[in-house]
Write a protein that binds this ligand. Structure first.
Ligand SMILES: Nc1ncnc2c1ncn2[C@@H]1O[C@H](COP(=O)(O)OP(=O)(O)OP(=O)(O)O)[C@@H](O)[C@H]1O
Ligand SMILES: [Mg+2]
Length: 250
């Protein structure tokens, strides 16, 4: 469903993605892990051309965009097949919770206001925020704001939702509520690509885990292989830092 071929990206002399090939199937929950600076965010942003790869192609649902200079229209078509959930939520501060979710539908999808509102209300209820429709982001906790971010992504009904460390800006007591919602939507069969350091989430919810380091995919496979019985030295070293000893075996 999503196919990345030979994605290369350089920031000046910093070669950040070095020929990434990756396939994501419909309904996959793919978790990307790796050390800071390994290129995880850049890769995620290349999937919807928020970052332009220097080389390579991205195909989503049979629609391909390639190289550094695609047409604006092609980028837009590709982008509309995705939705992104950001580490810092990226909500509009001067819009209500409901407007944050429904306005994208009116603007991008040309859905009538009344219908967009209905969709927004039902999704906000789904993420447990039915009582907060008319509040502003600043009146919500971090966990609640991120749940608005997830409702906004769901509203777009994308082929894939891209999550970039959705819980890493949250106080520890709020991480659980966001992961619970993510688990719930994963169980509904929504295709998700998730960059996260939440190894327990990856083990429980992912069906595939990719370990990246230095702009390469070092290893990928089911969580029980990559996270519990990693083959590569670099993966072992990375996990050792994240996970307490007895949780994985060399
Ligand atoms: N817009 C940019 N301009 C210049 N360099 C960038 C830009 N974005 C990322 N980089 C560089 O690319 C490299 C990979 O960054 P990226 O953010 O993709 O890593 P990451 O794996 O997401 O790290 P983290 O776990 O810290 O979020 C880093 O060296 C970073 O400094
Ligand atoms: Mg990152």
């Amino acid at each position: 469903m999503i196919k990345l071929k030979n994605i290369n990206k350089q920031f000046q002399k910093n070669h950040v993605l070095k020929g990434i090939d990756l396939d994501v199937e419909k309904g996959d929950v793919l978790v990307i892990v790796g050390p800071s600076g390994s290129g995880k965010t850049t890769l995620l942003r290349c999937i919807n051309y928020l970052e332009r790869p220097d080389e390579g192609s991205i195909t989503i649902d049979g629609f391909t965009v390639q190289g550094k200079h695609p047409s604006k229209r092609d980028v837009l078509v590709l982008r509309r097949k995705t939705a992104m959930v950001f580490q810092h939520y990226n909500l509009f501060k001067n819009k209500t919770v409901l407007e944050n979710v429904s306005e994208g539908l009116v603007v991008a999808k040309k859905i009538p206001k009344k219908d967009a509102k209905e969709i927004g209300v039902s999704l906000l209820e789904k993420v447990g925020l039915g009582e907060k429709l008319n509040e502003y982001p600043s009146q919500l906790s971090g966990g609640q704001q991120q749940r608005v971010g997830i409702a906004r992504a769901l509203a777009l009904n994308p082929s894939v939702i891209l999550f970039d460390e959705p819980t890493s800006a949250l106080d520890p007591e709020m991480v659980g509520e966001v992961l619970t919602i993510m688990k719930q939507i994963a169980n509904e069969g929504i295709t998700m690509v998730v960059v996260t350091h939440e190894i327990d989430f990856a083990r429980e919810v992912a069906n595939r885990v990719v370990f990246m380091d230095g702009g390469h995919i070092i290893e990928q496979g089911p969580p029980e292989e990559v996270l519990i019985h990693p083959q590569h030295e670099r993966t072992k070293r990375f996990l050792k830092r994240l996970v307490k000893e007895p949780d994985y075996m060399i």
